[in-house]
Design a protein around this ligand. Sequence first.
Ligand SMILES: Cc1cc2nc3c(=O)[nH]c(=O)nc-3n(C[C@H](O)[C@H](O)[C@H](O)COP(=O)(O)O)c2cc1C
Length: 181
Amino acid sequence: MRILAISGSLRAVSSNTALLRAAALLAPPGMEISLYEGLGDLPHFNPDLEEAELPAMLALRAAIAAADGLLFSVPEYAHGMPGSLKNALDWLVSGPEFVYKPVALLNAAPRATHAQAALRETVTTMSGRLVPEACIDVPLLGRGMDEHVIAADPDLSAAIRAALETFRKGIDELGRSDLRL
Ligand SMILES: Cc1cc2nc3c(=O)[nH]c(=O)nc-3n(C[C@H](O)[C@H](O)[C@H](O)COP(=O)(O)O)c2cc1C
């Protein structure tokens, strides 16, 4: 099972990126989590360029298409999701890659409810399938923890492991319900 992890932060020492890197370290057997690192390379979305086959856009679409599920961790900026992340999602709106893709959200700053709500709204509008039981708060704001420290913390690692296991089961279940249709 291949999971694409998408951080909404471009900061070098981002807590959201550290959380996703920790998730990669803690992935259950059979699940491989890779980090999407092209967010900052995407041009501004322009519908006129959708057929232009821009390399950064093609790479994003290929990465989404190859994933069995998407794992987001996203900071809140001015009560919204970061523009760079919304820009990436806008590039995916009219393609088939995102549709019906299982999605889980990790929230590194539990106070940041607006960005989570906005991301949920956009993901479901784009026909992504949220696995709500796999969406958890992981309080990291202001703690300066890197992925190794997060993964070594008994409470944080147990919560992340449980969320990933729940996500794995949710993806399996969605796959089985697709077969029944
Ligand atoms: C421009 C800007 C706007 C922000 N707006 C909010 C906000 O509206 N609500 C909030 O809870 N935090 C806000 N923050 C704080 C960030 O969400 C917080 O620092 C976050 O953990 C950064 O994530 P990162 O470590 O992954 O970069 C803002 C930070 C910046 C730089």
